[in-house]
Design a protein around this ligand. Structure first.
Ligand code: UD1
Ligand code: CA
Length: 480
């Protein structure tokens, strides 16, 4: 049986998250390209719920801003004070009005939970005709978690919080993950009867299980086999552990799909990155955002790519690339910095100690060494000599330069924008190009060389240079 669309997914994200010791809301702390809350919402959205509700409280402005930007379909509901998880869900339901059908509730701080697991929870819930189904798991260390109490036959009777549990109850290994599927109408009714009579003086959502059981309804549990996936994050140590685990999962999926990851221990790939088969990722590489690796593309070692597209069979070595487009069979680095608006055509080359920005480099064109290319269009088959600068900024505004096809810009040129260097032209080494160069011309824009004969012997007498000059002069004279 496949799960139906739930009436709502309610995400609890109002808690303070004191242990993060942060000015940022706990659920907005990032791992693998999304905040924790983003991962939870992605899992929730996989169920295609009618409504996606996020309960916000602490640092709510941050969370509301994030939702407005990234998840406009999510509805924030403000919980004015943090009266417990039961109070949070009650507040959400007061806002949404009665929801008939399945309501899924999840904590906002469980970023590893997969949509498939939530879907399985809903399937079990609906298949068994339960009033509530709790996602549970067996934790090696259950400290702090709510324990699942079952009767003789195995049916779930209640959840008892760690603080309220007896020593025998604390010995139970099966814990409440903090994810549930409820019958919406029964949930709303039961929440009205939850008290604050417990160690924390809070309304516990978990009390709903006992209440519904007391009313004679069915309570069930879906035991997740993989406890790792169900872990919550309360501090930065757990955040780092969760990041490692999520990264491992992401790398594994890429490897199974035909991508080589040479060193998983030093490779970090955001959940949003895509790659085609035979792409190779070398050690020390980080791929962020909407980065895409084409078939056979090789990235790394030691490269960080953000929102960058790497074409098929292109190579990127020791580079930092942001919002760049690297064409097929192009080559970048080692030690290159491609900034936004860089577009490299097929077989283009950006070499060592080169920085580019708003730069279009045509097919087969090369910028091999020590160069800045800013605000420029370079045609096909052209070469930019070592140590050249596209001088694009006049102190107030940026200007654009154009280099045509099959142009040879000499080494150490200053190309002062706006200027056009025509097709098939050359420029001499050391030129400062301030005027357009017509197609096919050779531009020489530098001072003429003047040699002052004998200057060193006259003006630097007694130095090793003067001695060397003298010896050379004598040898020349003797040879005459
Ligand atoms: C809760 C469960 C516990 C379970 C554990 C799993 C209850 C009473 N206990 O405990 O059985 O094992 O999760 O991690 O539910 N929140 C609000 N508003 C509030 C209080 C909490 O939105 O007033 C949110 C928090 O931001 C968090 C989630 O609810 O995302 C869980 O709250 P937390 O205080 O962490 O509950 P636990 O004590 O961990
Ligand atoms: Ca928690």
């Amino acid at each position: 049986m496949s799960a139906s669309r739930p009436a709502a997914v309610v995400v609890l994200a109002a808690g303070e998250g004191t242990r993060m010791k942060s000015r940022t809301s706990k659920v907005l702390h990032e791992l693998c390209g999304r905040p924790m809350l983003g991962h939870v919402l992605a899992a929730g959205r996989a169920l295609e719920p009618e409504r996606l509700v996020v309960v916000v409280g602490h640092r709510r402005e941050q969370v509301i801003d994030y939702l407005a930007g990234e998840h406009p379909a999510a509805e924030p509901v403000v919980q004015e004070y943090q009266g417990g998880t039961g109070h949070a869900v009650r507040t959400a339901l007061e806002q949404t009005g009665e929801l008939s059908g399945t309501v899924v509730v999840t904590n906002g701080d469980h970023p590893l939970l997969r949509g498939e697991t939530l879907a399985e929870l809903v399937r079990v819930h609906e298949g068994d005709g339960n009033a509530v189904t709790v996602l549970t798991t067996e934790m090696p260390d259950a400290t702090g978690y709510g324990r699942i109490l079952r009767e003789e036959g195995g049916a779930v009777t209640a959840i008892v919080e760690h603080k309220d549990a007896t020593p025998e109850q604390r010995a139970v290994r099966e814990i409440n993950v903090g994810m549930y599927a409820f019958d919406g109408a029964l949930l709303a009714d039961a929440l009205k009867r939850v008290t604050t009579d417990n160690a924390n003086g809070e309304e516990y959502l978990t009390d709903v299980i006992g209440i519904l059981r007391g009313d004679g309804h069915r309570a069930g549990a879906f035991l997740a086999a993989d406890w790792v996936e169900t872990q919550g994050v309360n501090d930065r140590v757990q955040l780092a552990q969760a990041r490692r685990q999520l990264n491992d999962r992401i790398l594994e999926a890429h490897m199974r799909a035909g991508v080589t990851v040479v060193d998983p221990a030093t490779t970090w790939i955001d959940v949003t990155v895509t790659a085609e088969r035979d792409a190779v990722v070398h050690p020390g590489t980080q791929l962020h955002g909407a980065t895409h690796l084409g078939e056979g593309a090789e990235v790394g070692p030691n490269s960080t790519l953000t929102d960058t597209r790497v074409g098929a069979d292109a190579k990127v070595v020791n580079a930092v690339c942001v919002e760049a487009e690297i064409g097929p069979e192009a080559s970048v680095g080692p030690y290159a910095y491609l900034r936004p608006g860089t577009r490299l055509a097929r077989k283009a080359k950006i070499g060592t100690y080169v920085e580019t920005k708003n730069a279009e480099v045509g097919e087969g064109s090369k910028v091999p060494h020590l160069t800045y290319v800013g605000d420029a269009t370079i045609g096909t088959g052209s070469n930019i000599g070592a140590s050249s600068v596209f001088v694009n900024y006049d102190g107030v505004r940026k200007h654009h330069s154009v280099v045509g096809d099959h142009v040879k810009v000499g080494s150490d040129n200053m190309i002062v924008a706006p200027v056009t260097i025509g097709d098939g032209s050359y420029t001499a080494a050391g030129s400062v190009i301030v005027q357009d160069v017509p197609p096919g011309a050779m531009a020489v824009a530098r001072g003429k060389q003047r040699n002052i004969e004998g200057w060193v012997e006259r003006r630097r007498a007694g130095t090793p240079a003067a001695e060397a000059a003298e010896a050379a002069r004598r040898a020349a004279e003797a040879g005459e």
